[in-house]
Design a protein around this ligand. Structure first.
Ligand code: TRP
Length: 454
Protein backbone atom coordinates (compact mmCIF):
# COMPACT_ATOMS: atom_id res chain seq x y z
CA UNK A 1 0.00 0.00 0.00
CA UNK A 2 1.29 3.43 -0.85
CA UNK A 3 1.66 6.18 1.69
CA UNK A 4 -0.16 9.48 1.57
CA UNK A 5 1.53 11.02 -1.42
CA UNK A 6 1.73 7.69 -3.23
CA UNK A 7 5.46 7.43 -2.74
CA UNK A 8 6.51 3.82 -2.17
CA UNK A 9 6.92 2.80 1.46
CA UNK A 10 10.34 3.30 2.89
CA UNK A 11 12.39 0.13 3.36
CA UNK A 12 15.75 -1.16 4.48
CA UNK A 13 18.19 -1.17 1.60
CA UNK A 14 20.18 -4.29 2.39
CA UNK A 15 20.15 -7.44 4.45
CA UNK A 16 23.04 -6.23 6.55
CA UNK A 17 21.08 -3.05 7.17
CA UNK A 18 18.07 -5.06 8.32
CA UNK A 19 20.18 -7.06 10.73
CA UNK A 20 21.85 -3.94 12.06
CA UNK A 21 18.52 -2.23 12.63
CA UNK A 22 16.84 -5.24 14.21
CA UNK A 23 19.89 -5.98 16.34
CA UNK A 24 19.99 -2.26 17.14
CA UNK A 25 16.44 -2.56 18.41
CA UNK A 26 17.15 -5.68 20.42
CA UNK A 27 20.48 -4.68 21.89
CA UNK A 28 20.10 -1.81 24.27
CA UNK A 29 19.54 -0.92 27.89
CA UNK A 30 17.61 -4.19 28.13
CA UNK A 31 20.88 -6.07 27.86
CA UNK A 32 23.22 -3.81 29.75
CA UNK A 33 21.01 -2.13 32.34
CA UNK A 34 17.96 -4.38 32.73
CA UNK A 35 19.41 -7.85 32.41
CA UNK A 36 21.97 -7.41 35.21
CA UNK A 37 19.51 -5.74 37.56
CA UNK A 38 16.78 -8.34 37.06
CA UNK A 39 19.23 -11.27 37.17
CA UNK A 40 20.78 -9.76 40.29
CA UNK A 41 17.43 -9.46 42.04
CA UNK A 42 16.54 -13.01 41.09
CA UNK A 43 19.60 -14.82 42.34
CA UNK A 44 21.74 -15.08 39.20
CA UNK A 45 22.56 -18.51 37.78
CA UNK A 46 19.22 -20.27 37.82
CA UNK A 47 17.57 -17.16 36.44
CA UNK A 48 20.07 -17.09 33.58
CA UNK A 49 19.32 -20.71 32.68
CA UNK A 50 15.58 -20.15 32.58
CA UNK A 51 16.10 -16.96 30.61
CA UNK A 52 18.15 -18.84 28.01
CA UNK A 53 15.49 -21.54 27.77
CA UNK A 54 12.86 -18.87 27.04
CA UNK A 55 15.04 -17.18 24.43
CA UNK A 56 15.32 -20.44 22.53
CA UNK A 57 11.85 -21.89 22.93
CA UNK A 58 9.79 -18.68 22.84
CA UNK A 59 11.91 -15.66 21.96
CA UNK A 60 13.30 -16.81 18.66
CA UNK A 61 9.98 -18.23 17.34
CA UNK A 62 8.08 -15.09 18.37
CA UNK A 63 10.65 -12.92 16.64
CA UNK A 64 10.30 -14.90 13.45
CA UNK A 65 6.51 -14.79 13.80
CA UNK A 66 6.54 -10.99 14.13
CA UNK A 67 8.81 -10.48 11.14
CA UNK A 68 6.56 -12.82 9.15
CA UNK A 69 3.41 -10.87 9.97
CA UNK A 70 5.03 -7.55 9.16
CA UNK A 71 6.57 -8.53 5.87
CA UNK A 72 3.43 -10.34 4.75
CA UNK A 73 1.23 -7.34 5.40
CA UNK A 74 3.72 -4.55 4.64
CA UNK A 75 2.05 -2.35 7.20
CA UNK A 76 2.35 -0.96 10.72
CA UNK A 77 1.59 -3.16 13.74
CA UNK A 78 -2.12 -2.42 13.80
CA UNK A 79 -2.66 -2.20 10.05
CA UNK A 80 -0.94 -5.56 9.59
CA UNK A 81 -3.54 -7.35 11.69
CA UNK A 82 -6.37 -5.49 9.98
CA UNK A 83 -5.06 -6.50 6.59
CA UNK A 84 -4.35 -10.16 7.40
CA UNK A 85 -7.54 -10.68 9.41
CA UNK A 86 -10.09 -8.21 8.01
CA UNK A 87 -13.14 -7.60 10.14
CA UNK A 88 -11.74 -9.55 13.09
CA UNK A 89 -10.68 -8.16 16.47
CA UNK A 90 -7.02 -9.07 15.93
CA UNK A 91 -6.16 -5.42 15.35
CA UNK A 92 -6.56 -5.04 19.13
CA UNK A 93 -3.21 -6.82 19.47
CA UNK A 94 -1.69 -4.02 17.43
CA UNK A 95 -3.45 -1.45 19.56
CA UNK A 96 -2.09 -3.07 22.70
CA UNK A 97 1.35 -2.79 21.14
CA UNK A 98 0.88 0.96 20.69
CA UNK A 99 -0.05 1.31 24.36
CA UNK A 100 2.95 -0.82 25.34
CA UNK A 101 5.17 1.42 23.23
CA UNK A 102 4.03 4.43 25.28
CA UNK A 103 4.77 2.67 28.56
CA UNK A 104 8.14 1.33 27.48
CA UNK A 105 9.42 4.54 26.01
CA UNK A 106 8.19 6.55 28.99
CA UNK A 107 10.46 4.70 31.43
CA UNK A 108 13.19 3.67 29.01
CA UNK A 109 13.90 7.30 28.23
CA UNK A 110 14.52 7.92 31.93
CA UNK A 111 17.38 5.42 31.97
CA UNK A 112 18.56 6.53 28.55
CA UNK A 113 18.81 10.02 30.02
CA UNK A 114 20.99 8.65 32.80
CA UNK A 115 23.45 7.38 30.20
CA UNK A 116 23.83 10.95 28.91
CA UNK A 117 24.44 12.27 32.42
CA UNK A 118 27.08 9.60 32.89
CA UNK A 119 28.66 10.48 29.59
CA UNK A 120 29.07 14.06 30.76
CA UNK A 121 30.44 12.88 34.10
CA UNK A 122 32.88 10.63 32.28
CA UNK A 123 34.07 13.53 30.15
CA UNK A 124 34.49 15.61 33.31
CA UNK A 125 36.57 12.78 34.82
CA UNK A 126 34.23 12.65 37.78
CA UNK A 127 34.66 8.99 38.66
CA UNK A 128 38.37 9.44 39.37
CA UNK A 129 39.54 8.92 42.91
CA UNK A 130 36.10 8.03 44.25
CA UNK A 131 35.48 5.03 46.49
CA UNK A 132 32.66 2.58 45.72
CA UNK A 133 30.59 4.26 48.41
CA UNK A 134 31.16 7.72 47.02
CA UNK A 135 30.22 6.55 43.54
CA UNK A 136 27.02 5.10 44.89
CA UNK A 137 26.24 8.30 46.73
CA UNK A 138 26.79 10.54 43.74
CA UNK A 139 24.54 8.29 41.67
CA UNK A 140 21.79 8.58 44.24
CA UNK A 141 22.07 12.35 44.40
CA UNK A 142 21.79 12.67 40.64
CA UNK A 143 18.98 10.14 40.34
CA UNK A 144 16.79 11.79 42.96
CA UNK A 145 17.08 15.21 41.34
CA UNK A 146 14.43 16.90 39.24
CA UNK A 147 15.96 19.19 36.66
CA UNK A 148 18.91 17.22 35.34
CA UNK A 149 17.23 13.82 34.93
CA UNK A 150 14.29 15.49 33.18
CA UNK A 151 16.52 17.55 30.94
CA UNK A 152 18.44 14.47 29.81
CA UNK A 153 15.26 12.54 29.24
CA UNK A 154 13.88 15.29 27.03
CA UNK A 155 17.14 15.55 25.10
CA UNK A 156 17.03 11.82 24.55
CA UNK A 157 13.43 11.88 23.36
CA UNK A 158 14.36 14.68 20.98
CA UNK A 159 17.21 12.62 19.51
CA UNK A 160 14.89 9.64 19.11
CA UNK A 161 12.29 11.74 17.35
CA UNK A 162 14.93 13.25 15.11
CA UNK A 163 16.16 9.87 13.87
CA UNK A 164 12.67 8.47 13.42
CA UNK A 165 11.73 11.56 11.47
CA UNK A 166 14.73 11.05 9.20
CA UNK A 167 13.22 7.77 8.07
CA UNK A 168 14.12 4.14 7.85
CA UNK A 169 17.00 4.06 5.41
CA UNK A 170 18.68 7.34 6.17
CA UNK A 171 17.97 7.39 9.85
CA UNK A 172 17.80 4.03 11.46
CA UNK A 173 19.94 1.95 9.15
CA UNK A 174 22.80 4.38 8.70
CA UNK A 175 23.68 4.79 12.36
CA UNK A 176 23.38 1.24 13.61
CA UNK A 177 25.56 -0.49 11.06
CA UNK A 178 28.85 0.84 12.36
CA UNK A 179 28.19 1.39 16.01
CA UNK A 180 26.95 -1.98 17.19
CA UNK A 181 30.21 -3.87 16.49
CA UNK A 182 32.23 -1.22 18.31
CA UNK A 183 30.01 -1.55 21.36
CA UNK A 184 30.54 -5.29 21.30
CA UNK A 185 34.33 -4.94 21.29
CA UNK A 186 34.27 -2.44 24.10
CA UNK A 187 32.15 -4.71 26.28
CA UNK A 188 34.72 -7.44 25.69
CA UNK A 189 37.50 -5.18 26.92
CA UNK A 190 35.56 -4.29 30.07
CA UNK A 191 34.65 -7.89 30.67
CA UNK A 192 38.32 -8.78 30.76
CA UNK A 193 38.98 -6.02 33.28
CA UNK A 194 36.06 -7.09 35.43
CA UNK A 195 36.95 -10.79 35.63
CA UNK A 196 40.56 -10.00 36.49
CA UNK A 197 39.60 -7.89 39.52
CA UNK A 198 40.43 -9.34 42.89
CA UNK A 199 37.37 -11.14 44.27
CA UNK A 200 35.81 -11.51 40.83
CA UNK A 201 35.15 -15.23 41.14
CA UNK A 202 32.19 -14.65 43.47
CA UNK A 203 30.47 -12.89 40.59
CA UNK A 204 31.14 -15.68 38.15
CA UNK A 205 29.75 -18.20 40.60
CA UNK A 206 26.72 -16.02 41.14
CA UNK A 207 26.04 -15.84 37.41
CA UNK A 208 26.92 -19.38 36.35
CA UNK A 209 26.25 -21.64 39.34
CA UNK A 210 22.50 -22.11 39.36
CA UNK A 211 20.83 -22.24 42.75
CA UNK A 212 17.37 -23.55 42.06
CA UNK A 213 16.13 -22.80 45.55
CA UNK A 214 15.79 -19.20 44.34
CA UNK A 215 13.25 -20.10 41.69
CA UNK A 216 9.60 -19.20 42.23
CA UNK A 217 6.86 -18.48 39.68
CA UNK A 218 7.38 -14.72 39.84
CA UNK A 219 11.08 -15.29 39.08
CA UNK A 220 10.15 -17.43 36.08
CA UNK A 221 7.82 -14.66 34.87
CA UNK A 222 10.63 -12.14 35.31
CA UNK A 223 12.82 -14.34 33.10
CA UNK A 224 10.13 -14.51 30.43
CA UNK A 225 9.52 -10.77 30.62
CA UNK A 226 13.24 -10.06 30.38
CA UNK A 227 13.61 -12.39 27.39
CA UNK A 228 10.75 -10.63 25.58
CA UNK A 229 11.97 -7.17 26.52
CA UNK A 230 15.51 -7.86 25.44
CA UNK A 231 14.52 -9.29 22.07
CA UNK A 232 12.06 -6.42 21.42
CA UNK A 233 9.21 -8.86 20.88
CA UNK A 234 5.57 -8.81 21.88
CA UNK A 235 4.52 -5.29 20.93
CA UNK A 236 4.89 -5.07 17.19
CA UNK A 237 8.29 -3.40 16.89
CA UNK A 238 9.42 -6.30 14.77
CA UNK A 239 6.15 -6.37 12.86
CA UNK A 240 6.87 -2.78 11.95
CA UNK A 241 10.50 -3.48 11.06
CA UNK A 242 9.44 -6.65 9.24
CA UNK A 243 7.25 -4.53 7.01
CA UNK A 244 10.37 -2.70 5.81
CA UNK A 245 12.28 -5.88 4.92
CA UNK A 246 12.58 -6.67 1.25
CA UNK A 247 11.01 -9.85 -0.06
CA UNK A 248 14.26 -11.58 -0.97
CA UNK A 249 15.82 -11.38 2.50
CA UNK A 250 15.77 -14.60 4.55
CA UNK A 251 13.68 -14.00 7.68
CA UNK A 252 14.84 -17.13 9.59
CA UNK A 253 18.51 -16.15 9.31
CA UNK A 254 17.77 -12.60 10.35
CA UNK A 255 15.81 -13.76 13.40
CA UNK A 256 18.52 -16.22 14.33
CA UNK A 257 21.37 -13.75 14.03
CA UNK A 258 19.55 -11.05 15.96
CA UNK A 259 18.58 -13.47 18.72
CA UNK A 260 22.14 -14.76 18.97
CA UNK A 261 23.69 -11.29 19.05
CA UNK A 262 21.26 -10.04 21.67
CA UNK A 263 21.76 -13.04 23.92
CA UNK A 264 25.52 -12.93 23.62
CA UNK A 265 25.57 -9.28 24.64
CA UNK A 266 23.27 -9.91 27.62
CA UNK A 267 25.53 -12.70 28.88
CA UNK A 268 28.63 -10.59 28.31
CA UNK A 269 27.01 -7.74 30.20
CA UNK A 270 26.49 -10.17 33.06
CA UNK A 271 30.14 -11.20 32.94
CA UNK A 272 31.10 -7.54 32.85
CA UNK A 273 28.92 -6.55 35.81
CA UNK A 274 28.78 -9.37 38.40
CA UNK A 275 32.49 -9.98 39.01
CA UNK A 276 32.81 -6.25 39.67
CA UNK A 277 29.70 -6.32 41.88
CA UNK A 278 31.38 -8.88 44.11
CA UNK A 279 34.83 -7.32 43.91
CA UNK A 280 33.45 -3.96 45.11
CA UNK A 281 31.03 -5.41 47.66
CA UNK A 282 27.95 -4.09 45.95
CA UNK A 283 24.60 -5.79 46.52
CA UNK A 284 23.63 -7.70 43.34
CA UNK A 285 20.00 -6.98 44.23
CA UNK A 286 20.71 -3.24 44.26
CA UNK A 287 17.97 -2.73 41.66
CA UNK A 288 17.47 -0.11 38.93
CA UNK A 289 20.75 1.67 39.69
CA UNK A 290 22.99 -1.40 39.59
CA UNK A 291 25.04 -0.83 36.45
CA UNK A 292 25.33 2.92 37.04
CA UNK A 293 26.98 2.20 40.36
CA UNK A 294 29.13 -0.69 39.15
CA UNK A 295 30.48 0.63 35.85
CA UNK A 296 32.28 3.72 37.20
CA UNK A 297 34.03 1.43 39.68
CA UNK A 298 35.36 -0.68 36.83
CA UNK A 299 36.63 2.39 34.96
CA UNK A 300 38.25 3.58 38.17
CA UNK A 301 40.30 0.36 38.22
CA UNK A 302 41.14 0.29 34.55
CA UNK A 303 44.17 1.45 32.63
CA UNK A 304 42.80 4.08 30.27
CA UNK A 305 39.63 4.22 32.34
CA UNK A 306 39.03 7.86 31.43
CA UNK A 307 39.09 7.16 27.72
CA UNK A 308 37.11 3.92 27.98
CA UNK A 309 34.44 5.46 30.18
CA UNK A 310 33.70 8.15 27.61
CA UNK A 311 33.63 5.65 24.78
CA UNK A 312 31.44 3.28 26.75
CA UNK A 313 28.76 5.80 27.64
CA UNK A 314 28.71 7.17 24.11
CA UNK A 315 28.08 3.67 22.81
CA UNK A 316 25.58 2.82 25.52
CA UNK A 317 23.61 5.94 24.70
CA UNK A 318 23.67 4.99 21.03
CA UNK A 319 22.61 1.41 21.78
CA UNK A 320 19.72 2.87 23.76
CA UNK A 321 18.91 5.22 20.91
CA UNK A 322 18.66 2.48 18.30
CA UNK A 323 16.22 0.76 20.67
CA UNK A 324 14.07 3.80 21.46
CA UNK A 325 13.91 4.51 17.76
CA UNK A 326 12.33 1.11 17.15
CA UNK A 327 9.74 1.71 19.86
CA UNK A 328 8.81 5.17 18.60
CA UNK A 329 8.66 3.86 15.05
CA UNK A 330 5.79 1.58 16.08
CA UNK A 331 3.71 4.58 17.11
CA UNK A 332 4.77 6.80 14.23
CA UNK A 333 4.08 4.13 11.59
CA UNK A 334 0.65 3.66 13.12
CA UNK A 335 -0.16 7.37 13.33
CA UNK A 336 1.01 8.04 9.80
CA UNK A 337 -0.51 5.02 8.05
CA UNK A 338 -3.73 4.51 9.96
CA UNK A 339 -4.53 8.01 11.16
CA UNK A 340 -3.21 9.52 7.92
CA UNK A 341 -0.86 12.03 9.46
CA UNK A 342 2.35 13.15 7.83
CA UNK A 343 5.40 11.45 9.27
CA UNK A 344 6.57 14.75 10.58
CA UNK A 345 3.40 15.45 12.52
CA UNK A 346 3.14 11.86 13.74
CA UNK A 347 6.68 11.99 15.10
CA UNK A 348 6.12 15.25 16.95
CA UNK A 349 2.80 14.25 18.47
CA UNK A 350 4.06 10.83 19.56
CA UNK A 351 7.32 12.17 21.02
CA UNK A 352 5.64 14.95 22.95
CA UNK A 353 2.91 12.70 24.33
CA UNK A 354 5.39 10.03 25.40
CA UNK A 355 7.74 12.59 26.96
CA UNK A 356 4.83 13.85 29.03
CA UNK A 357 4.15 10.38 30.42
CA UNK A 358 7.88 9.92 30.84
CA UNK A 359 8.09 12.80 33.33
CA UNK A 360 6.27 10.66 35.88
CA UNK A 361 8.71 7.81 35.37
CA UNK A 362 11.73 10.04 35.87
CA UNK A 363 10.32 11.80 38.92
CA UNK A 364 9.70 8.38 40.49
CA UNK A 365 13.28 8.55 41.71
CA UNK A 366 12.95 12.03 43.16
CA UNK A 367 9.88 14.05 44.11
CA UNK A 368 7.54 11.10 43.44
CA UNK A 369 9.68 8.45 45.10
CA UNK A 370 7.35 8.21 48.07
CA UNK A 371 4.37 7.49 45.88
CA UNK A 372 4.38 3.73 46.23
CA UNK A 373 1.38 2.00 44.72
CA UNK A 374 1.09 -1.65 45.73
CA UNK A 375 4.78 -1.86 46.43
CA UNK A 376 6.10 -0.11 43.33
CA UNK A 377 6.79 3.42 42.17
CA UNK A 378 5.32 4.70 38.91
CA UNK A 379 8.59 3.83 37.21
CA UNK A 380 8.49 0.39 38.77
CA UNK A 381 4.99 -0.16 37.43
CA UNK A 382 5.82 0.97 33.92
CA UNK A 383 8.81 -1.36 33.89
CA UNK A 384 6.96 -4.31 35.41
CA UNK A 385 3.74 -3.94 33.43
CA UNK A 386 5.40 -3.59 30.08
CA UNK A 387 7.85 -6.49 30.43
CA UNK A 388 5.80 -8.88 32.53
CA UNK A 389 2.27 -8.18 31.30
CA UNK A 390 2.06 -6.43 27.93
CA UNK A 391 4.92 -8.24 26.21
CA UNK A 392 3.96 -11.79 27.30
CA UNK A 393 0.32 -11.19 26.40
CA UNK A 394 1.34 -9.63 23.09
CA UNK A 395 3.71 -12.50 22.34
CA UNK A 396 0.98 -15.01 23.16
CA UNK A 397 -1.45 -13.32 20.80
CA UNK A 398 1.17 -13.14 18.06
CA UNK A 399 2.04 -16.84 18.14
CA UNK A 400 -1.59 -17.86 18.27
CA UNK A 401 -2.31 -15.61 15.32
CA UNK A 402 0.54 -17.01 13.24
CA UNK A 403 -0.10 -20.58 14.34
CA UNK A 404 -3.86 -20.73 13.88
CA UNK A 405 -5.25 -17.71 12.06
CA UNK A 406 -2.83 -16.50 9.45
CA UNK A 407 -3.04 -19.68 7.38
CA UNK A 408 -0.22 -22.19 7.29
CA UNK A 409 0.31 -21.61 3.55
CA UNK A 410 0.71 -17.87 4.04
CA UNK A 411 3.11 -18.37 6.88
CA UNK A 412 5.17 -20.91 4.99
CA UNK A 413 5.27 -18.81 1.84
CA UNK A 414 6.45 -15.77 3.74
CA UNK A 415 9.10 -17.61 5.73
CA UNK A 416 10.47 -19.51 2.72
CA UNK A 417 10.33 -16.49 0.38
CA UNK A 418 7.55 -18.12 -1.67
CA UNK A 419 9.30 -21.47 -1.69
CA UNK A 420 12.73 -20.36 -2.82
CA UNK A 421 14.28 -20.80 0.62
CA UNK A 422 14.66 -24.15 2.37
CA UNK A 423 13.59 -23.85 5.99
CA UNK A 424 14.15 -27.27 7.50
CA UNK A 425 12.82 -26.40 10.91
CA UNK A 426 9.48 -25.12 9.61
CA UNK A 427 7.43 -28.05 11.01
CA UNK A 428 9.03 -27.52 14.41
CA UNK A 429 8.36 -23.80 14.18
CA UNK A 430 4.70 -24.36 13.39
CA UNK A 431 4.20 -26.55 16.44
CA UNK A 432 6.04 -24.17 18.65
CA UNK A 433 3.81 -21.27 17.63
CA UNK A 434 0.67 -23.40 17.71
CA UNK A 435 1.13 -25.20 20.97
CA UNK A 436 4.36 -25.04 22.87
CA UNK A 437 4.86 -21.28 23.05
CA UNK A 438 1.20 -20.40 23.78
CA UNK A 439 0.91 -22.96 26.56
CA UNK A 440 4.28 -22.04 28.05
CA UNK A 441 3.56 -18.32 28.00
CA UNK A 442 0.06 -18.76 29.44
CA UNK A 443 1.26 -21.01 32.26
CA UNK A 444 4.19 -18.79 33.22
CA UNK A 445 2.04 -15.67 33.01
CA UNK A 446 -0.84 -16.98 35.12
CA UNK A 447 1.33 -18.62 37.75
CA UNK A 448 3.78 -15.75 37.76
CA UNK A 449 1.03 -13.26 38.51
CA UNK A 450 -0.40 -15.61 41.10
CA UNK A 451 -3.72 -15.98 39.29
CA UNK A 452 -3.18 -19.73 39.38
CA UNK A 453 -1.51 -21.51 42.28
CA UNK A 454 -0.04 -24.99 42.53
N1 TRP B 1 15.07 -4.61 23.30
C1 TRP B 1 15.46 -3.29 23.69
C2 TRP B 1 16.51 -3.40 24.76
O1 TRP B 1 16.89 -4.48 25.12
C3 TRP B 1 14.28 -2.46 24.13
C4 TRP B 1 13.22 -2.45 23.11
C5 TRP B 1 13.28 -1.90 21.88
C6 TRP B 1 11.98 -3.10 23.17
N2 TRP B 1 12.13 -2.16 21.19
C7 TRP B 1 11.33 -2.89 21.96
C8 TRP B 1 11.40 -3.84 24.14
C9 TRP B 1 10.09 -3.45 21.71
C10 TRP B 1 10.16 -4.40 23.90
C11 TRP B 1 9.52 -4.22 22.70
O2 TRP B 1 16.98 -2.42 25.26
Amino acid sequence: MATLNNAPRDSFSSRIGVIAAAAGSAVGLGNIWRFPYVAGENGGGAFLLIYLGFILAIGFPVMLAELTIGRRAQLNALGSFKKLAPGKPWFLVGLMGIVAAFLILAFYSTIAGWTLEYLIQAIGNQFAGKSPNQLKESFEIFQSGTFRPLLWQMIFMFLTGYIVYSGVKNGIEKYTKILMPVLFLLILVMTVRSVTLEGASGGLNFLFKPDFSKITWPVVLDALGQAAFSLSIGMGALITYGSYIQKNNPLPNIALQVTAADTLIAILAGVMIFPAVFAFNIDPAEGFGLVFIVLPNIFEQMAGGYFFSILFFVLLAIAALTSTVSVLEVVVAYFSEELKMTRNKATIIASVAISFVGVFATLSFGPLSDDIIFGRTIFGWFDYLSANVFLPVGALAIVVFVGWFMGKRNVKNEITNEGSLKVLFFPVFIWIVRLIAPVAIAVVFLYGLGVLKL
